[in-house]
Ligand binder design. Structure first.
Ligand code: RB5
Length: 142
């Protein structure tokens, strides 16, 4: 599975910790930036860049991080075909996959500790969409 990751400056530290975790798990990782925790940038640009990797087919799933996860999830969800879920726990991540077929996970770098965030990431990457009645709802979203 190819995972695209992206963040603004406020999400940079958590993004890098997640990147190390994913690489240790042998996932192929595409990092669209940003590359600094000190240079202020817009979450809009990185949410969009990560989303474009998904809709182009270059990545299968995405993980995006800003300070709260809110701005970058809103930005990614502006791109047709993106279903970005802001999750603060593993139950939300599991349901985001099983019921919403979320293709991106949004996290808050100023909200979550890295080891806790890792469990959310692992849950997101290891659950599948259930289809059925949930597919009809996704179809109506499109
Ligand atoms: C950056 O200061 C912060 O506003 C941003 O990372 C994010 O939390 C916005 O939703």
């Amino acid at each position: 599975m190819r995972i695209v990751i992206g963040s603004d400056h406020a999400g940079y530290e958590l993004k890098m910790q997640i990147k190390a975790y994913l690489e240790a798990q042998k996932y192929a990782v595409i990092d669209v930036g940003t590359d600094s925790a000190t240079e202020s940038v817009s979450y809009v640009d990185y949410g969009r860049s990560a989303a474009e990797e998904i809709v182009s087919g270059r990545a299968d799933r995405g993980i995006i991080v800003c300070g709260t996860g809110i701005g970058i999830s809103i930005a990614a969800n502006k791109i047709p075909g993106i279903r970005a879920a802001l999750c603060t726990n593993s139950f939300m991540a599991e349901m985001a996959r099983r019921h919403n077929d979320a293709n991106m996970l949004a996290l808050g770098g100023r909200v979550l500790a890295a080891t806790y965030a890792q469990t959310i990431v692992e849950t997101f990457l290891t659950h599948d969409f259930e289809g059925g009645r949930h597919q009809k709802r996704l179809d109506s979203l499109e």
